[in-house]
Design a protein around this ligand. Structure first.
Ligand SMILES: O=C(O)[C@H](O)[C@@H](O)[C@H](O)[C@H](O)COP(=O)(O)O
Length: 233
């Protein structure tokens, strides 16, 4: 069982950022025209910044767009590890300043991610299903979202029949505790993107496609949702 992979490869990161941002904006725009609103879940890390800079300038009705995260490091929003901070600093600007942001972090439970799961899961449920656009990244260890190798809740996160929107994750490679959308929620996407850059990540993806046991493989070994891979060296 393999996902349909639609590969989009570009000569450089700037071109990729431009093409990906425009593709995402047009999908959001179509959702707004069809339903009056749109939902977008973005990943954190370093890769998305350039694309966010283009995306936030796209002229769509951002006041109808709700943005959330695929995963979050369990740190307060003033931390430079915070994906909420990344979105605030790089995406909620220009045209996109009117978008609504729904965080995965919950300050009330800042010392205990597990205590926050109920409330945060409800926030995500309230966004409705499917999410119109979900953007994944991939780490050098083959994690995507916060599906880390050896993660304490990896099996629960990857359960294709799981019903929870979010689970917590602790893993050696994760730094602080994390919260992540589960695989079924990631796959419940109007359009699912995998945004990766560099030869190393391309080679790693090829290994996962060939069957290597890496968490990203869960996104590849399914035939429910096509995966739009955007890559540049
Ligand atoms: O918050 C996070 O860490 C992410 O959502 C994570 O899944 C990310 O997409 C990859 O780790 C890639 O990160 P880079 O873009 O920094 O390589």
């Amino acid at each position: 069982m393999n996902a349909k992979l639609i590969r989009n490869e570009y000569a450089d990161k700037l071109t990729l950022a431009d093409k990906l941002a425009r593709d995402i904006a047009s999908k959001l725009d179509a959702a707004i025209k069809a339903r009056g609103k749109a939902t977008l879940a973005v990943s954190g890390g370093g890769t998305p910044k350039q694309m966010f800079a283009v995306l936030c300038e796209q002229e769509i009705d951002w006041s109808k767009v709700t943005i959330t995260l695929v995963d979050e490091r369990w740190v307060d929003t003033d931390s430079d590890r915070s994906n909420a901070r990344l979105v605030a600093e790089h995406l909620l600007h220009h045209e996109a300043h009117t978008a609504r942001f729904v965080p995965l972090f919950d300050r009330e439970h800042k010392d205990d991610v597990d205590a926050a799961l109920g409330a945060v899961g409800k926030r995500i449920d309230d966004l409705g299903r499917p999410l119109d656009v979900v953007i994944l990244g991939m780490g050098p260890d083959g994690h995507t979202a916060s599906f880390f190798p050896g993660g304490d809740h990896l099996a629960e996160a990857l359960d294709p029949n799981g019903t929870k929107a979010v689970v917590s994750m602790r893993a050696g490679g994760a730094g602080e505790p994390r919260i992540t959308l589960t695989l079924p929620r990631v796959l419940d996407a109007g359009k699912l993107y995998l945004h990766i850059e560099g030869d190393d990540k391309k080679a790693l993806l090829a290994k996962a496609e060939a069957g290597e046991d890496l968490p990203i493989r869960a996104v590849l070994a399914q035939d429910r949702t096509p995966v739009h891979v955007f890559w540049a060296p």
